[in-house]
Design a protein around this ligand. Structure first.
Ligand SMILES: NC(=O)c1ccc[n+]([C@@H]2O[C@H](COP(=O)([O-])OP(=O)(O)OC[C@H]3O[C@@H](n4cnc5c(N)ncnc54)[C@H](O)[C@@H]3O)[C@@H](O)[C@H]2O)c1
Length: 347
């Protein structure tokens, strides 16, 4: 079988820890080129993963290499432009989250994928965690009855120690990131809840704020570092999504789903990735996998799914359309935070 010739745009931490190693470990991938406008970062990744070509500019990489597929793993402000150019250059695209910085950009990405006949997948890796997959099956089976409410959280100490852009990371600058903790972490949990519940959110109310993160000059950063959102689904279930860059000490990446006949706790226990607590007092414990953290990366499965989509000519499940639906909820939360009103979400 012919290998998929892959190029990567953005050679920062997510490429080093996830995309490049997962590409190298997939026998159907030939990682032909990497690109970073900071050539030192591109060269480091090329050396680490034995990549023959490096580029400082993605248009040149697309024109010269004509890759079959591209990963977009650069700052958020680059996602739409790089994705659209890559699709137009004939490549399938795996784009990092948050999908893009406006709804218009997201729509253009979806439209370009349709026009070019190429696949667009968004890297919502939380859908691949084993306990999340198992919980979805349990919810779908109806054995716990209807989902009534939930709470889901993704918080850690912030991206500044993770980002390869030091000492003043792009994650803290609105013109490059657009969003703070909400677009970095909240987006994962909104997408996860859409996946787990199998329905859309129709209303949002949120506080999205900046409490503590500062630039080296002491001023507060111009993107959010904390967000608490209340969401309502089509069927009337309600719950909270919390995102934070100011949790000291350790990460919280947990979810609890409260159903009529019991609750499901996901990644809330260091040993058991899923615990079901039944209404009659019984409990069931599952040791399925561990959640990746910035410090402890495990294989996400995102690259294998993307490559499998291409090789089997099957549209990716986490398509651009899925990414767009998740982003509509993110934007509704920002609108609610700005206006102080509950926002209805149209699809
Ligand atoms: N799925 C996840 O769990 C996850 C985790 C971390 C980051 N991400 C996403 O991945 C993307 C990259 O994040 P990161 O953590 O690797 O950031 P990072 O700061 O470590 O690296 C960003 C890299 O992009 C490069 N870059 C900047 N402008 C560029 C351009 N025009 N062309 C090519 N490269 C350019 C920078 O030089 C840097 O090397 C972000 O969108 C982020 O939200 C996703």
């Amino acid at each position: 079988m012919l290998k998929v010739r892959l190029g990567i745009i953005g050679c920062g931490s997510i490429t080093k820890h996830r995309h490049a190693p997962e590409a190298k470990s997939n026998e159907n991938v030939d990682l032909v080129a990497v690109c970073d406008n900071n050539l030192i970062n591109a060269e480091k990744v090329a050396k680490m993963f034995d990549v023959p070509k490096v580029y400082a500019d993605y248009e040149t990489m697309l024109n010269e290499e004509k890759p079959d597929a591209v990963v977009v793993a650069a700052p958020n402000c680059i996602h739409a432009d790089a994705t659209i150019k890559a699709l137009k250059a004939g490549a399938h695209v795996l784009c990092e989250k948050p999908m893009a910085t406006t709804i218009d950009e997201c729509k253009k990405m979806v439209d370009t994928a349709k026009e070019t006949g190429k696949f667009l997948m968004i890297a919502h890796n939380q859908r691949f965690n084993k306990a999340h997959i198992k919980a979805k099956q349990i919810i779908q089976s109806g054995e716990l009855g209807r989902v009534l409410s939930f709470k889901t959280t993704f918080g850690h100490g912030g991206p500044e120690s993770w980002s390869s852009d030091k000492p003043d990371t792009w994650f803290f600058h609105k013109e490059k990131a657009t969003f703070g903790s909400m677009g970095d972490l909240g987006v994962h949990k909104i997408d996860l809840m859409r996946f787990l519940l199998g329905e859309e959110f129709v209303e949002a109310a949120a506080f999205v704020t900046t409490l503590a993160k500062r630039y080296p000059n002491g001023e507060l950063i111009d993107v959010d570092d904390n967000a608490v959102c209340i969401l309502k689904t089509q069927s009337g279930a309600i719950g909270t999504v919390t995102a934070s860059w100011t949790y000291p000490g350790s990460e919280d990446n947990s979810t609890i789903i409260y159903c009529e006949k019991g609750s499901i706790t996901l990644y809330g226990d260091p040993r058991f990735s899923m615990i079901i607590r039944y209404a009659n007092g019984q409990k069931a414990y599952f040791e399925l996998d561990t959640m990746q953290t910035n410090e402890k990366q495990t294989k996400s499965g995102v690259m294998d799914e993307f490559i499998n989509s291409i090789l089997t000519n099957t549209p990716p499940k986490i398509s651009g359309e899925e990414g767009l639906k998740t982003m509509k909820v993110v934007f509704a939360c920002f609108e609610s935070a700005k206006t102080g009103k509950v926002v209805k979400i149209d699809y």
